[in-house]
Design a protein around this ligand. Structure first.
Ligand SMILES: NC(=O)c1ccc[n+]([C@@H]2O[C@H](COP(=O)([O-])OP(=O)(O)OC[C@H]3O[C@@H](n4cnc5c(N)ncnc54)[C@H](O)[C@@H]3O)[C@@H](O)[C@H]2O)c1
Length: 418
C-alpha cells in the first residue's frame, strides 16, 4: 500500500479506494475467493449477492447480530445457506478460511471493523462512507497505513468503477472540457418520506437499543447525517473529477417533512463548495422526492459540458460545434453518449431519420427509467419494440463510441412527441 497523505485522508472520508481490485481477484485466480459478509442487511445482501454470483468468489461466512437478517441473507445471497454463521464479527475475522470481507454494517461501525479486518489480513471491501465522523475516519486511515500491501482495500463508491464514469473521467482528464469551472452534484432521491408513526414509535415491539441499530440512518451520531451517509457519492465524484478537495463550503438545509423518530435536522440541502483553483462546486440534495429521482453530476468547463450518471455520460460541446441556434431550443445536442450496455428490457426504438427534422422535437431514450430530456413521452406512449433491436444493442455492446462531434447518438433512439 502506498503512503496515505492527509489529502488521502480527506478522500478517505468520502471513501476513495486506495488499491486496485485486481489484487483480490488476480492473486488467487486458481481458487474461488472465500468471502465473509459482515452485516447482512440491505447492502450486504445486494453487494454480497453480486460477489457471490461472480464465479471467482463464494460465500464462506456471514455475520449479523439479528437472526432475521441472517435468514434473509440465506434466502437472497447465493451459497449463503452453506456459509458459516457468526454473530460476532471478530470470530468471522478469526476464521482462517475467509480471504476477503465485505463490511456492510451501519456507518459508525466501519472504522472499528475495518481496523480489525486489516489486522486480520483480509482483503476488504468496505461500504461507504469510511466513517461517521472525523475521528472515525482518522482511525480508519491509520489502520489503512498499517495494512498488508498485498491485500486489496476498496470502498463502496461504485461510480469509480463504472465504465461510464471512468470513460467520462478519462475525457475530462484529457482536457475535453477545458478547465473545470463549475461542478454540480444532484442527489434527488425518489423515496417517500420516512414519517414513522406520528403517535408512536416505529418498530414498537423492539427495545430502544435495537430500534436505534435497525434504524441507524435516522441518527446523525450513527450515520453521520444524510450528506455523509448518502450524498457523499456525489461529492466524491466532484472531487474525483476536480482532482482536488474543496477548501471552503457554505450551505443550508432544512426539513420539508416532520421527523417522528431520530435527530436528522435536514432532508434537503444546497451547499456551495470552493475548489483550490476557484472552481465552484454545488451539492443539491433532496431526500424525499416521492417518485421523482434525479441523481447525476454536471461539469462545466471552458470548452464543454459533461453530465454523468450511473447509466450514461453525455458530453456537450465544444461550443463551436453546437447545433443549438437559440436559447429556447430544447433538443438534446449531446456530442458523445455512452449508456449502460445492457439492452433495455422493454425495447429499443428505431432511430428515425426524420427525428431531427426542423421543427420536430425529439425525445432521447435509453434504458428503463431514463428521463426524457426534451419532453414528457412515457413508455406507454411509445411504439412497440421492433425486430432488429438486439442487433443494435449488441453492436453497442461491442463497440465504444468514437469521440467525434459528428457522430450521432449511440445506443439510444429517438421518437417523436405527438
Ligand atoms: N454504495 C451504495 O450505493 C450504498 C447504498 C446503500 C447503503 N450503503 C452503505 O452500506 C452500509 C449498510 O447500509 P444498509 O442500507 O445495508 O443498512 P442495513 O441496516 O440494511 O444493514 C446493516 C446490517 O448490519 C447489521 N449490523 C449492525 N450491527 C452489527 C454488528 N455489530 N455486527 C454485525 N452486523 C451488524 C444490521 O443488523 C444490518 O443487518 C452503510 O454504510 C451504507 O451507507 C451503500
Amino acid at each position: 500500500m502506498r503512503n496515505i497523505t492527509r489529502r488521502d485522508a480527506v478522500a478517505g472520508a468520502t471513501g476513495i479506494a486506495f488499491l486496485q481490485t485486481s489484487a483480490v481477484f488476480g492473486a488467487q485466480a486458481n481458487s474461488a475467493i472465500a468471502l465473509g459478509i459482515i452485516g447482512t442487511g440491505a447492502r450486504g445482501q445486494y453487494v454480497g449477492g453480486h460477489m457471490a454470483r461472480d464465479g471467482r468468489a463464494r460465500v464462506a461466512a456471514i455475520c449479523d447480530i439479528f437472526d432475521d437478517r441472517i435468514e434473509q441473507a440465506k434466502k437472497n445471497v447465493p451459497g449463503a445457506t452453506q456459509a458459516k454463521v457468526y454473530t460476532d464479527y471478530r470470530q468471522l475475522l478469526d476464521d482462517k478460511n475467509v480471504d476477503a470481507v465485505l463490511i456492510s454494517t451501519p456507518v459508525y461501525l466501519h472504522p472499528e471493523m475495518f481496523e480489525a479486518a486489516v489486522a486480520a489480513k483480509k482483503h476488504v471491501y468496505c461500504e461507504k462512507p469510511a466513517g461517521n465522523d472525523v475521528a472515525g475516519v482518522n482511525r480508519l486511515m491509520r489502520a489503512g497505513q498499517k495494512a498488508d500491501p498485498a491485500k486489496t482495500i476498496q470502498f463502496g463508491f461504485q461510480q469509480r468503477f463504472s465504465p461510464e464514469y471512468r470513460k467520462a473521467h478519462d475525457l475530462t482528464a484529457a482536457g475535453e472540457l477545458g478547465e473545470l469551472k463549475m461542478l454540480m452534484s444532484f442527489w434527488i432521491l425518489g423515496m417517500a418520506p420516512r414519517l414513522g408513526a406520528p403517535n408512536g414509535l416505529p418498530l414498537p415491539n423492539v427495545s430502544d437499543e435495537e430500534r436505534r441499530v435497525r434504524l441507524w440512518t435516522r441518527w446523525r451520531e450513527l450515520s453521520g447525517g444524510d450528506i455523509v451517509e448518502c450524498d457523499c457519492h456525489g461529492l466524491d465524484t466532484l472531487n474525483w473529477f476536480a482532482n482536488a478537495h474543496p477548501v471552503k463550503a457554505l450551505g443550508q438545509g432544512g426539513l420539508r417533512y416532520p421527523i417522528y423518530y431520530g435527530d436528522i435536522t435536514s432532508d434537503h440541502y444546497d451547499i456551495i463548495f470552493t475548489y483550490p483553483n476557484g472552481a465552484e462546486g454545488y451539492l443539491l440534495s433532496a431526500r424525499y422526492a416521492c417518485g421523482f429521482r434525479d441523481v447525476k453530476e454536471q461539469f462545466f468547463g471552458s470548452k464543454g459540458v459533461l453530465e454523468t450518471a450511473r447509466t450514461y455520460y453525455k458530453l456537450h460541446g465544444p461550443v463551436a460545434a453546437s447545433r443549438l441556434t437559440d436559447d429556447d431550443k430544447l433538443e438534446d445536442t449531446s456530442m458523445i453518449e455512452r449508456r449502460s450496455p445492457s439492452p433495455p428490457s422493454w425495447g429499443v426504438w428505431p432511430t428515425s431519420p426524420t427525428a431531427r427534422s426542423p421543427g420536430k422535437r425529439c425525445c432521447v431514450r435509453g434504458e428503463p427509467g431514463s428521463r426524457c430530456y426534451a419532453n414528457r413521452v412515457r413508455p406507454q406512449h411509445l411504439p412497440s419494440p421492433i425486430p432488429g433491436m438486439r442487433t443494435r444493442a449488441s453492436a453497442f455492446r461491442r463497440k465504444e463510441p468514437a469521440y467525434s462531434c459528428a457522430r450521432p447518438h449511440t445506443g439510444i433512439a429517438f421518437t417523436h412527441e405527438s
